[in-house]
Ligand binder design. Structure first.
Ligand SMILES: [Zn+2]
Ligand SMILES: [Zn+2]
Ligand SMILES: [Zn+2]
Length: 277
């Protein structure tokens, strides 16, 4: 079986529908399950079928079920986890690993030193470490490691570090290289270079443009606007897919409706997408 990346979610941390929101998009998503987007996450399925879930989202329960179905596995629990950073959409799902729910034993959890320290010094996360339910594995930016025949290299992503740093991942299979960077404050020159170098890039598309979220100070939650990213990334050699979409982003509409057009080579990532490595 060939290694691949399965997309488990494509929404910003708050998901679609968003808590406490009655915008048309969120109301439609409440009424029609196919218009929901789970919080951004991907799973690596390795060469022998082992699974590594990237980020433990508040939607982890349904995402693990979908992962098992897509990967053809009986076992619902992931073989390993990796966390990109400590914003709520990316780690709250860890709660489901504990005694009150799955009660896993010895699941490897890849995290940077700051992410690991955050988990070890805050309840309820520290219970998972103390009880041996997760075993922290050191994730060092710039240092590659191998999981089930696939090489992963974490790198620092420029993102507001309230509690921890943030990593993106370069994932290299036998035939393709994929980049995953769901959260970045800006497309830094380093990030642009990385995206341009790979076959497939799944990148931060939180906001389409500056007209979203009237009344909210976007400088407090900076993200590159998709409308500008497509210019900065024009001519990239590989495919560029936008993920981590906010409920306000017009790109989350179904393709047939009022979705802004993207230039060739760019696309809107959908829950359930798969990429062979
Ligand atoms: Zn996020
Ligand atoms: Zn909404
Ligand atoms: Zn974040």
């Amino acid at each position: 079986m060939s290694a691949r990346i399965l997309v488990l979610g494509t929404a910003q941390d708050g998901g679609v529908p968003h808590a406490g929101c009655d915008c048309a998009t969120c109301l439609a998503a409440h009424q029609d399950d196919t218009r929901r987007r789970r919080v951004a996450s991907v799973a690596l399925v390795g060469e022998t079928g082992r699974t590594l879930v990237v980020d433990a989202t508040p939607d982890l329960r349904s995402q693990l079920h979908r992962l098992a179905l897509a990967a053809g596995r009986d076992r619902l629990a992931p073989d390993a986890l990796l966390l990109t950073h400590a914003h709520v959409g990316h780690y709250l799902g860890l709660a489901f690993l504990g005694r009150e729910a799955m009660n896993v034993v010895g699941t490897p959890l890849w995290a940077t030193a700051s992410m690991g320290a955050f988990l070890q010094s805050n309840r309820p996360w520290s219970w998972l470490v103390e009880r041996g339910q997760v075993v922290l594995e050191a994730l060092e930016p710039g240092t590659p490691f191998t999981f089930d025949g696939v090489r992963l290299t974490p790198f620092l992503s420029p993102h507001r570090g309230e509690d921890t740093d943030t990593v993106g991942l370069e994932i290299e299979g036998p035939s393709r290289r994929l980049l995953y960077v769901p959260d970045a404050d800006e497309l830094s020159p380093d990030l642009v270079q990385r995206i341009r170098a790979v076959d497939v890039a799944l990148v931060d598309g939180t906001f389409h443009d500056a007209s979203e979220l009237p009344g909210r100070d976007l400088s407090a939650i900076p993200h590159p606007f998709v409308a500008e990213s497509v210019e900065a990334l024009a001519g990239a050699r590989g495919e560029v897919w936008f993920t981590h979409l906010n409920h306000s982003n017009a790109l989350i509409h179904p393709e047939t409706e009022q979705r802004p057009q993207l230039p060739e080579g760019f696309g809107v990532l959908e829950d359930g997408a798969a990429f062979e490595l």
